[in-house]
Design a protein around this ligand. Structure first.
Ligand SMILES: [Zn+2]
Length: 288
């Protein structure tokens, strides 16, 4: 039964593996079959080489209803169960370890800046859930509050999770998260990250309605200068309040771009720091 769901899970597993979003037996995929029924990848298999009959059917408490001999539900079943309980609107969950997005999760950097119009419209922001030991209730509990208002969440020192109305919608969100992470990384390496204005973010949010994009929560209103929004019922998207203003300003020392955050934090390379000190010493010597 549920052949099409089984086949889609096999196909998505193959894509996750082929794109390097998982290694070894990492990752897991599930779909809602009914009010109290889930179809889930089994534990301890490579997602690149699954077959339709391997999948396990459980109820919403994780109790096995149907499984091939020797097959157990995914080791991350608890996180999937929590997602379905928090979000009656979703029909599928994909968890993987895509390397660039996971790199952001390891560095503790959320993907929350207004950089790509497509991402602002579809996912809003991708926050980081605090670290929880994989396969435990602890992980499920740290992710749960963020899943209420986000379709994509990074898991600190672990990976990412994406939710969707169906299997492919959840999988495509995982692709978007990794693509966004890769573009953000390249922009940061180039030393410049021009953000979309708050006004543009609001315009993009308006498009959600026009295109019928279902989002679990609106984008948080501008927290104002220095303000931090902690409202868990909306998505925090970092954007400058007017189009002329840049949160990440471009300055340069000796032709090298520096990054200045809105909190005044500046990141310098060793060479840039040395150059600044040399400059300061030169000025002092001139004054003396
Ligand atoms: Zn994992």
């Amino acid at each position: 039964m549920f052949e099409s769901y089984r086949n889609e899970i096999v196909e998505i597993g193959r894509r996750l593996w082929a794109r390097g979003f998982v290694a070894s037996n990492d990752g897991n995929i599930s779909a809602r079959l009914g009010p109290d029924r889930l179809l889930m990848t089994p534990a301890s298999v490579s997602k690149g080489f699954m077959t339709p009959e391997m999948m396990v059917i459980t109820d919403l408490d994780g109790k096995v209803i149907e499984a091939a001999p020797g097959r157990k539900p995914s080791s991350e079943a608890l996180m999937h169960l929590v997602a379905y309980r928090q979000r009656p609107d979703i029909g599928a969950v994909v968890h993987a370890h895509p390397p660039t997005a996971t790199g952001f999760a390891v560095a503790g950097i959320p993907l929350d800046r207004a950089v790509l119009a497509e991402v602002v419209t579809t996912l809003g922001s991708i926050p980081i859930a605090e670290y929880g030991t994989p396969s435990t209730r602890e992980l499920a509990d740290t992710v749960a509050p963020l899943l209420r208002s986000h379709d994509g969440v990074l898991l600190a020192n672990h990976g990412a999770i994406a939710l969707g109305k169906d299997l492919f919608s959840a999988y495509y969100k995982m692709e978007t998260i990794e693509h966004f992470a890769t573009i953000s990384l390249v922009a940061r390496q180039l030393g410049r990250e021009h953000l979309l204005s708050r006004e543009e973010v609001e315009r993009l949010q308006g498009l959600r309605g026009t295109y019928g994009i279902a989002s679990p929560a609106p984008i948080c209103p501008d927290p104002g200068p220095g303000g931090v929004t902690v409202d868990p019922s909306c998505q925090i998207v970092v954007a400058p309040s007017s189009s002329g203003e840049r949160l990440v300003a471009d300055t340069s020392v000796g032709g090298n771009a520096l990054t200045v955050g809105n909190d005044g934090e500046i990141r310098l390379t060793y060479a840039q720091l040395t150059e600044l000190i040399d400059e300061a010493v030169k000025q002092l010597v001139q004054k003396a």
